[in-house]
Design a protein around this ligand. Structure first.
Ligand code: SF4
Length: 271
């Protein structure tokens, strides 16, 4: 079967390990995720990030910023999300108990997020922050036959009349800018926004949610070119071409390690 349209999220997966794209395209919904505290805190952070515009709206008074009230509001949202997570992800988390979710919620440093929200309110002003983070759409699905790419960024935001893509990441943050997979994924989303809304996109936003660190990523021609190159490689993989196993692949917690090792042994028998 031909897979003409790739997902923007497959670009980030390809850059972690091209074989992940291969195995995921074959396993479909059967991929076994490891459901541990780290994964649960990832889901909680994603949900929490969707409420930050309400939290920022209630931050202190004027542009003074008040980390105390912000942290309190975050705690309320965190508790609500921890109580609702098993309902939101009922099928995926069917074997998880509520205490495990509470432990994952406890691992999130609310003080860090709260004080950063207050910093932004103080530095750029509440209205500017709200404009940056208030979604005009959540997980809005876009696709383009012309680009051969589809995807749904975590949010779309509207800044000065332009729709911009917004990506929420729950891992570590780089010192400056965005990690390369995040930069290329947001570039792919920017290209989709341009096709969908008929406007140019100059930049997108990546939020490193554990720290509430907002990074604006300029959409460069070089990265657009790279997205199209990666699209072509991903198409070939999804059409059945098994890529090489990269030397620095993150195999330790990979759900496909068993199948991947078997494939390697089979290949090494012949070559
Ligand atoms: S086991 Fe390693 S090489 Fe194989 S798909 Fe997973 S991360 Fe990639």
């Amino acid at each position: 079967m031909k897979h003409d349209r790739i997902l923007a999220s497959e670009i980030a997966a390809y850059l972690r390990c091209p074989r992940l794209v291969y195995f995921r395209s074959r396993s479909g919904a059967d991929e076994q995720k490891t459901i541990d505290t780290k994964y649960l805190s990832h889901l909680i952070l994603k949900e929490l990030a969707l409420t930050h515009h309400h939290t920022a709206a209630s931050d202190g008074t004027g542009d003074a910023g008040d980390a105390g009230s912000t942290v309190e509001r975050l705690r309320t949202e965190l508790k609500r999300i921890a109580d609702e997570l098993l309902v939101l992800y009922r099928a995926e988390l069917s074997d998880v108990d509520h205490q495990m979710v509470l432990d994952a919620a406890d691992s999130i440093d609310i003080d860090v997020i709260g004080s950063r929200i207050s910093d932004y309110v103080r530095i750029i002003g509440k209205n500017a922050l709200l404009m940056k983070i208030t979604p005009c759409a959540v997980e809005y699905a876009m696709y383009s036959d012309a680009l051969g790419i589809a995807g749904a960024p975590d949010k779309l935001v509207r800044i000065d009349g332009s729709v911009l893509p917004y990506l929420t990441r729950t891992g570590e943050k780089p010192e400056h800018g965005a990690w390369k997979p995040d930069r290329l994924q947001i570039t792919a989303y920017a290209m989709l926004v341009e096709e969908t809304f008929g406007q140019a996109v100059k930049y997108g936003i990546v939020e490193y949610a554990r720290f509430f660190e907002l990074r604006e990523v300029n959409i460069k021609s070089r990265d657009r070119r790279r997205v199209l190159e990666l699209r072509n490689r991903i198409r070939m993989i999804k059409d059945g071409r098994m890529p090489d196993r990269p030397r620095d692949a993150p195999c330790e917690f990979c759900a496909f390690e068993e199948g991947c090792t078997a494939q390697r042994s089979l290949a090494s028998k012949f070559f």
